[in-house]
Design a binder for this molecule. Structure first.
Ligand code: HEM
Length: 196
């Protein structure tokens, strides 16, 4: 029996439907916290560094924070993907049309892919640059020999894919709100923290 099948609250029909396991929900909301920190950090550091050409201690610290959170996010997502492949997800909300289900599965798997590829490209990019130092305290392991031209190309792709990911996240959040506020079904409830 999988974790989510054990979690039932026999209050009403909707409340009795399976939800994501506590571990899956913890992975989800930890990912949200990391990504919500990471996107503004990425925008702030490139605006200060590349656009305003200010390369002071604050810009350095923004880059360090972005590199460190991205590195941790990569391992978090690797663990989350393994957990997902081993434990699966609860069956889809029964009121959904086939195209709702297909659309949500597509967005979820694209997010899994981008949440692995985007931080990995960031790590490869800073290895190539090379700029692997974090807060002047320690270095990330380097994945490639120095090559600044290649680094710029890899980091450009990293940035473009991060924008694609941010757009998908906006679609994902809009869909969650649509289910909660307009369809008033049980989709959002499946992922809420704090369910018994
Ligand atoms: C306030 C923001 C968010 C809300 C309300 C929300 C809500 C949800 C809900 C309700 C589900 C379950 C959908 C279902 O019934 O199958 C879900 C799944 C998922 N969410 Fe979010 N989400 C948010 C932000 C994010 C962000 C920022 C990311 C990624 C960066 C993300 C990635 C995912 C993924 C990958 C799944 C699929 C989980 C699986 O089936 O293994 N979510 N989200």
């Amino acid at each position: 029996m999988q974790d989510h099948e054990r979690i039932r609250e026999p209050v009403s029909a909707a409340d009795a439907r399976p939800v994501y396991s506590p571990a899956a929900r913890r992975f989800h909301w930890l990912t949200v916290a990391f990504v919500l920190a990471q996107i503004p950090l990425g925008l702030a550091m490139t605006y200060r560094g590349n656009t305003l050409d200010i390369w002071d201690a604050l810009t350095d610290n923004l880059y360090s924070a972005h590199k460190l959170i991205g590195f941790l996010l990569l391992w978090l997502m690797a663990g989350r993907l393994i957990y997902r492949l081993l434990h699966g997800a609860p069956p889809d909300e029964p009121s959904l049309r086939w195209w709702h289900k297909a659309g949500s599965h597509l967005v979820h798997w694209l997010l899994y892919g981008l949440l692995l590829v985007v931080p990995l490209l960031g790590w490869i990019g800073v290895s190539l640059f090379p700029a692997v130092t974090i807060f002047g305290l320690f270095d990330l392991p380097s994945l490639a020999a120095p090559n600044e031209d290649m680094a710029k190309r890899v980091l450009d792709i990293h940035g473009r894919l991060a924008i694609v990911m941010a757009l998908l996240i906006a679609v994902h959040i809009a869909a969650a709100l649509y289910h909660y506020l307009i369809r008033k079904d049980g989709v959002l409830r499946r992922m809420l923290p704090g369910l018994k």
